[in-house]
Design a protein around this ligand. Structure first.
Ligand SMILES: NC(=O)c1ccc[n+]([C@@H]2O[C@H](COP(=O)([O-])OP(=O)(O)OC[C@H]3O[C@@H](n4cnc5c(N)ncnc54)[C@H](O)[C@@H]3O)[C@@H](O)[C@H]2O)c1
Length: 241
């Protein structure tokens, strides 16, 4: 039977590349996002490349929808939590609702999905969480930073909890990647962010998909609880000067 992979945020910049790559790797991919139209467009585009996927419209902040989704699928061989929210707000302008919005998707949806899916996963299955290099600390989005640090914590805890079931759980920490999410940055903030990335360019969604393929693939059997930085060296710190 074909191994099933579920990818959230599938219509997003990274999600699309991850779905394509896992489908090319031979997974039967369930592609989850909010909007019917972008998912349909993705499915049509991939069908043109000879890749068939299963698009599913689900609001991941709804526990009922999320549970119905997972329970209606065969056990997953791979779960990729890529759906995420990002925006920039000055530190002293942040309110409780800003934190709640971030945590609801970036942590709680990923955690609920992981827990629900892992209960039925076979040994050798994988969970890959798309965190962010920002979890180490960044200016102008403390709510996002905190939610991604929480996701890394949950990744590590899940790796320990699920090791006895033979499930491996890891996170990827992307640096600046060229996707629609970057529209939240002003040109000045974008330039400031790029200046911190020693390689001097934004990464591509395909470069993230390549790392997901490695961590989610059947040959990966002995890495768990780790954070793989795919960030052009941004996590090295310092100005490089
Ligand atoms: N782009 C970057 O530079 C960057 C850097 C570091 C980390 N990340 C992380 O990578 C992941 C993917 O980011 P991206 O750049 O592809 O973002 P994106 O904005 O292009 O895609 C995010 C997707 O999540 C979906 N989504 C939002 N709320 C949802 C909900 N309630 N239910 C279902 N789907 C929902 C959106 O519709 C969208 O398609 C995110 O977790 C993000 O935080 C991105």
């Amino acid at each position: 039977m074909t191994a099933v992979a579920l990818v959230t945020g599938a219509a997003g910049g990274m999600g699309r590349a991850i779905v394509r790559r896992l489908a090319q790797d031979g997974f039967s991919v369930v592609a989850v996002d909010l909007g019917e139209a972008p998912l349909r467009a993705l499915a049509d585009e991939l069908a043109g490349e000879g890749l068939e996927i299963q698009p599913r419209v689900v609001d991941l902040t709804s526990e009922a929808q999320l549970v119905e989704l997972v329970d209606g699928l065969p056990p997953l061989a791979a779960l990729v939590n890529s759906a995420g929210l990002f925006d920039e707000r000055k530190y002293f302008d942040l309110g409780q609702d800003d934190f709640r919005r971030m945590y609801e998707l970036n942590l709680i949806a990923a955690a609920t999905l992981t827990q629900r899916a892992a209960a039925r996963m076979a040994p050798g299955s994988k969970v890959v969480n798309i965190a962010s290099r920002a979890y180490l600390g960044a200016r102008h989005h403390a709510h996002y930073v905190a939610s991604k640090a929480a996701l890394v914590g949950y990744t590590r805890a899940s790796a320990m909890e699920l090791a006895e079931k033979g499930i491996l759980v890891n996170a990827i920490a992307p640096g600046l990647i060229d996707t629609p999410m970057l529209r939240a940055l002003t040109p000045e903030r974008m330039a400031a962010q790029l200046a911190l990335q020693p390689t001097g360019r934004a990464g591509t969604p395909e470069e993230i998909a390549h790392a997901v393929s490695f961590l989610a693939g059947p040959q990966m059997g002995f890495i768990t609880g780790q954070v793989l930085f795919v960030d052009g060296g941004k996590s090295l710190g310092g100005s490089g000067a």
